[in-house]
Design a protein around this ligand. Structure first.
Ligand code: B3K
Ligand code: ZN
Length: 894
């Protein structure tokens, strides 16, 4: 497999001024007539500019003509089509080719799902539809005509505006679409089939009317209300916050049940996994509703950040993804805070921030420490689809957030405005974005470039010194990286510009006013953003009346790991008092993590486990604190995951980690029994279900309490409570939480509910995914192998490996969401993993490659597990077909 390198970028030698595509759609063989006005790029010369080289993948060429004349000077092979002896610098190339949608199991290019046609072109799927310059810096306008049998495919959709429809002989019909905006091929889409739309007409600020449509299979129409509302909110929010309007006459969202990822931002025709469109109270949880809002927002926001301004090459992927994740995070936070009092709004925003950071730290930090570590702007790839990563998305979003932290919301907006002014309609780089931020704010951001080019998670070590006589407080920050792979180390060339937000907490729990020595600010704020630019720097605070406790990296102002020697008592104090909600939560997590790592070490040595009652008491105080938002209390009570904990240890033993975490959970459950039952009762939500931030906060706290109570030494009261909740629930959040609690008490307690759940939701694919997933992540009684259940479920008639959602709900959930069972000492989990990766590899490389990553941290584990993992990886490496999976396992073994 050959790596593509960022520094090898060369601009295209040919440009496409316009393309007309005609599709004669049929499942076994679809014919594409592709007419392109092509011209040599100005100044293009040399060998690259002689012949026209088009990408193509798994296509059959039927005919080729230039300026109306059949052309014979060409060669077609596996990678595409080379046309030679070109008559002039500008010409019209007309190609006819065929492809095979029904046989396309990769779900990339044109494919069939539930008898309807869909496309997925990002990153390089367009070349599986027709021959093209399938690279994001070749932008052009598209006119698309779809022809198909009317009875089977009554709805025909493509990007842009509908210009013509009509009848054809033999029961066929057509629709012609024109997209007036230039776009790269990865944003092309078509959909054809039996679908129905929820519609809404809105007026945007300019006064123009727009048509919004959410297309689904007709029986799913009642489940599209929330997606439509989310779309309306997204459109309003982007106008309000960034002055960015909807630019097309209509905007369509289409749901498909076979989809490799969450959704896709095709211009004017977003295609979504059903999981991020369909929801009602009965079938979707609060978490699902939040996911719909976030993903609808994310894809809509791409219309400007991704589509109007796109990426020059795929190394710049974070230019659109990091920025758009940041935008969807801000959108979700603003939506959660809407209409609340300032205090409640701050709490709601903090809950979102905590959620986002927890995901980043659990998954992206692990990625950055492993064999797939890469900078936000990678330097090379073998398969670009492997680089739609947590680093490009989530760390990329943190990098964008740091501009806002440095310049404020107004400064950030100025930078965005300049970015669009300069680059609308163009394909650009991460450097261009940084330059817009720098120029709009009059700042030199040369050093900030390292956030894009350096791999690995930075560490900031903090030491402090209070001088009571001088009333000064010195904070020394030093930055560096932890142990990194050779490849990651090679990227680490110098110190970063780290915005480090800090507060100083007094003995009464209140923030002290902050004054920096030599500072020029007139006010004395309680949080300051220090700009760390050197390897080591000391900041002196003056007029500090008492020895403070530092509240470090408030609101997680940079994606770094902070080291500071807090005592347990100090953490307990901050957990009770820090005015920064994020850091208040963080103090609890530090406290829990420290205890859990100690318990893990004791469990590994086979010692008896004990816990300091002060820790239980600290969690009890937060649980009982009525002044705290329920959503915050839920997050505070959620212990770091086993995955996260294993990541903190060398030679990790997942069984010991599991034993430690279970021990602490039981200690909290037994120690806080009455408080947990009280929280359960106080947070019941009355009235009809609504997925609002407030209601879901109450349900979240109630259900986390139930979940702890399932771990009581005597869970009989809990079992009764969970069974009652299961039976009387009027929504999926409560029903699935009750079932999860029953499974946790023990499978026999859950049998009746599991059967009921299956019967209730047999015909609802997304709800049934939950049924599979809950059984895959079940803890299992001592000595029990949950894998046996998983294997049995694979034989269930409702299981299919071909459907990515179903495969993810059972196989991925077991391999990536059930650490203790997956890492069984006998290696059975790894053997299962290898079987499934190989089976998926032959069918759908993108999905297989995601599963392949479940073992990439194999070097972190105890020697016995390590050997078993290596053997499984080697088996996959020997049998793999796709470059997707090959890249992952080869990097893991290297
Ligand atoms: N841009 C798409 C992801 C495409 C993934 C291709 N393997 C969805 C998104 O980030 O919005
Ligand atoms: Zn995206």
């Amino acid at each position: 497999s050959v790596a593509v390198r960022r520094l090898d970028y060369a601009p295209p030698a040919f440009l496409i001024d316009e393309v007309q595509l005609e599709f004669d759609l049929a499942p076994t063989k679809t014919t594409v007539t592709n007419t392109m006005r092509i011209r040599r790029a100005p100044g293009a010369a040399g060998a690259a500019a002689r012949d026209l080289v088009l990408h193509g993948d798994d296509l059959d060429l039927v005919s080729i003509a230039i300026d109306g004349r059949p052309w014979t000077a060409y060669t077609a092979n596996d990678d595409g089509l080379t046309v030679s002896a070109l008559p002039s610098d500008a010409f019209t190339l007309k190609l006819v080719n065929t492809n095979r949608p029904a046989a396309n199991t990769s779900l990339s290019g044109l494919y069939v799902s539930n008898r309807n046609f869909f496309t997925q072109c990002e990153a390089e799927g367009f070349r599986r539809i027709t021959y093209f310059l399938d690279r994001p810096d070749v932008m052009t306008t598209y006119t698309v005509t779809l022809r198909a049998a009317r009875d089977d495919y009554p709805v025909l959709l493509a990007n842009g505006n509908l210009v013509e429809t009509g009848e054809l002989p033999d029961g066929r019909h057509f629709a012609k679409w024109h997209d007036p905006f230039v776009k790269p091929s990865y944003l092309f889409a078509l959909v054809a089939g039996k679908l129905a739309a929820r519609e809404k007409r809105i007026r945007i600020r300019s006064g123009e009317e727009k048509l919004l449509q959410v297309w689904v299979e007709p029986h799913d129409l009642p489940k599209t209300e929330y997606a439509m509302d989310s779309l309306v909110h997204s459109i309003e929010w982007d106008e309000e916050r960034f002055g960015l309007p909807l630019d097309l006459e209509r905007f369509m969202i289409v749901a498909v049940s076979d989809f490799n990822m969450g959704a896709m931002e095709n211009k004017g025709l977003n295609i979504f996994n059903t999981k991020y469109v369909l929801a009602d109270a009965q079938t979707a949880t609060d978490f699902d509703f939040a996911g719909i809002e976030a993903v609808v927002g994310h894809e809509y926001f791409h219309n400007w950040t991704g589509n109007r301004v796109t990426c020059r090459d795929w190394f710049q992927l974070s230019l659109k993804e990091g920025l758009t994740v940041f935008r969807d995070q801000e959108f979700s936070a603003d939506m959660a805070a809407k209409g609340l009092s300032p205090e409640a709004a701050a709490a709601a925003r903090a809950a979102r921030r905590i959620d986002d950071v927890r995901g980043l730290r659990q998954n992206q930090f692990a990625e950055d420490a492993g064999p797939m570590a890469h900078p936000v702007r990678p330097d090379s790839y073998v398969e670009i689809n492997n680089f739609y990563t947590m680093t490009v998305y989530e760390k990329g979003a943190e990098v964008v957030r740091m501009y806002q932290t440095l310049f404020g919301r107004d400064g950030f907006r100025k930078g965005m405005d300049l970015y669009f002014k300069r680059h609308d309609g163009h394909a650009v780089t991460c450097d261009d974005f940084r330059a817009a931020m720098a120029d709009a704010n009059g700042r030199d951001l040369a050093q900030f470039e390292r956030w894009y080019s350096q791999a690995g998670t930075p560490r900031v070590a903090v030491t402090t010194r209070y001088d009571a006589a001088a009333r000064t407080y010195d904070v020394t920050l030093s930055q560096g990286y932890g142990p990194s792979s050779a490849a990651a180390k090679a990227t680490q060339t110098g110190p970063l510009l780290i915005p480090f937000a800090i507060g100083l907490v007094g003995a009464d729990g209140r923030d002290l006013p902050l004054k920096l020595e030599g500072g020029t600010r007139a006010d004395a704020p309680t949080t300051l953003v220090l700009e760390l630019t050197e390897t080591e720097q000391t900041f002196r605070f003056v007029d500090v009346a008492e020895a403070p406790l530092p509240s470090l990296l408030r609101d997680f102002s940079a994606p770094v790991i902070v080291h500071y020697d807090y005592t347990d008592a100090e953490l307990t104090f901050l957990f009770a008092h820090d005015r920064d909600a994020f850091n208040r939560w963080e103090a609890g997590q530090r406290l829990a993590t420290r205890a859990l790592l100690g318990l893990t070490a004791a469990a590994s040595r086979g010692e008896a486990l004990t816990i300091d009652p002060a820790i239980v008491a600290a969690f009890g105080r937060v649980l009982r604190d009525e002044s705290l938002a329920p959503a915050f209390r839920e997050l505070a009570l959620t212990l770091p995951s086993e995955r996260y904990l294993s990541e903190q240890i060398d030679d990790a033993d997942p069984a010991a980690v599991h034993a430690a975490r279970q021990f602490l959970r039981r200690a909290l459950a037994n120690g806080l029994r009455d408080d947990l039952f009280a929280a359960y009762d106080q947070n019941r939500v009355e009235g009809p279900y609504a997925p609002s931030a407030i209601d879901s906060g109450h349900r979240g706290l109630k259900n986390v309490a139930l979940n702890y109570l399932a771990d009581l030494d005597d869970p009989s009261d809990t079992a009764a409570l969970a069974r009652a909740q299961y039976d009387t629930a009027d929504n999926m959040t409560d029903r699935s939480a009750a079932l999860a609690a029953l499974l946790q008490i023990g499978k026999p307690h859950a049998t009746a509910a599991l059967d009921d759940f299956y019967r209730r939701f047999e015909h609802d694919a997304l709800a049934l995914d939950k049924w599979f997933a809950m059984q895959a992540v079940r803890r299992g009684a001592p000595g029990e192998r949950v894998l046996d259940d998983v294997r049995a479920l694979m034989a269930h008639p409702a299981f299919s490996l071909k459907n990515p959602n179903r495969a993810r709900s059972l196989i991925f959930q077991f391999c990536m969401g059930n650490a203790a069972q997956f890492h069984a000492a006998d290696g059975s989990g790894y053997a299962f993993w290898a079987d499934q990766v190989l089976a998926l590899d032959a069918m759908n490389p993108q999905v297989a490659s995601r599963l392949a990553r479940a073992l990439e941290r194999w070097r972190k584990f105890t020697p016995g597990l390590r050997d078993a993992m290596r053997a499984a990886l080697e088996r996959v490496a020997a049998g793999v077909q796709s470059k997707d999976v090959r890249e992952v396992v080869e990097k893991a073994l290297a």
